[in-house]
Write a protein that binds this ligand. Structure first.
Ligand SMILES: CC(C)(COP(=O)(O)OP(=O)(O)OC[C@H]1O[C@@H](n2cnc3c(N)ncnc32)[C@H](O)[C@@H]1OP(=O)(O)O)[C@@H](O)C(=O)NCCC(=O)NCCS
Length: 234
């Protein structure tokens, strides 16, 4: 197997952000707003610090990497969030990463808008008493209800070689093993891959902004859900 999937270390965060930045380029308004100047050396350095802070403080997150075994190079990265008993607070973005208060506020609105369906799903699934009552899960498992693919990106030089699928399957195997619903905000290129791994398209969203930002690029994404298999008889 020329590729190996491993958990990421702290020192991998620099390469992790480099892949995010180069792969999404300036095509992804969410990345542009949330990680200002991400393609500059200073922007990458700050964004790497932010990823590292998330990695070391968010108990839900699992950063993963795929390494090309021949070269040792990291060729793809993902972040799966497991929402168990640590349901994330609906925290806003914060920090002094933006050039002014308006850009910071814009990033916050973008971030909130992007998370609307995910936050709704987490709330609904956590409150799914039927599932907890009728399926014979251990108490620990019963608390584990949702797994979310938060980030997936493959170095363009290594795309269409099965690497993206490896990172998707890390989460879907876990979901099937312990009975989780999986969710993702998909790009256009990701959609076929997710569908082939059991995700079902639900809706297409576009971030909404106040009138003063109407001219700014909106982020479109496809909300996809992979149903929990626990209790199925087929
Ligand atoms: C989407 C992405 C992660 C796929 O990664 P990958 O390693 O190339 O995917 P795989 O080789 O595992 O592809 C598996 C299948 O997914 C589908 N697929 C992958 N890339 C696709 C694309 N660009 N367009 C349409 N279908 C695609 C194909 O069915 C493919 O199977 P095939 O190569 O046998 O036809 C990668 O193109 C990427 O990083 N894109 C930019 C960032 C992005 O959009 N990430 C998804 C965020 S939700």
């Amino acid at each position: 197997m020329p590729f190996h999937l491993l958990p990421s270390s702290d020192t991998d965060m620099s390469r992790t952000f480099e892949i995010i930045s180069t792969t999404f380029g300036n095509q992804h308004p969410y990345i542009e707003a949330v990680y200002p100047a991400h393609s500059t050396p200073e922007g990458r350095k700050r964004s790497t610090e932010r990823l590292l802070a998330v990695k070391n403080t968010d108990p839900c997150c699992n950063f993963l990497k795929v390494v090309d075994t021949a070269s040792g190079k990291i060729v793809a990265v993902a972040k799966w969030n497991i929402y168990d008993d640590h349901i994330p607070e609906e925290a806003d973005l914060d920090g002094d990463w933006w050039e002014n208060e308006e850009e910071k506020e814009f990033a916050r609105v973008m971030y909130r808008e992007y998370l609307v369906p995910r936050r709704r799903a987490i709330g609904e699934l956590k409150g799914n008493v039927m599932c907890k009552l009728f399926y014979p899960l251990s108490s620990r498992r019963a608390e584990l209800m949702v797994v979310g693919l938060d980030l997936l990106t493959v170095d363009p030089e290594y795309q269409r070689r099965g690497v993206g699928r490896m990172l998707v399957q890390w989460g879907t195997l876990l979901a099937d093993d312990i009975g989780l619903t999986a969710v993702v905000e998909s790009t256009d290129p990701g959609r076929g891959l997710y569908e082939s791994e059991g995700f079902v398209y639900v809706d297409t969203f576009e971030t909404k902004f106040p009138e003063k930002w109407e001219g700014r690029r909106k982020q479109k994404f496809h909300w996809m859900v992979r149903p929990c298999k626990v209790g199925r008889t087929d």
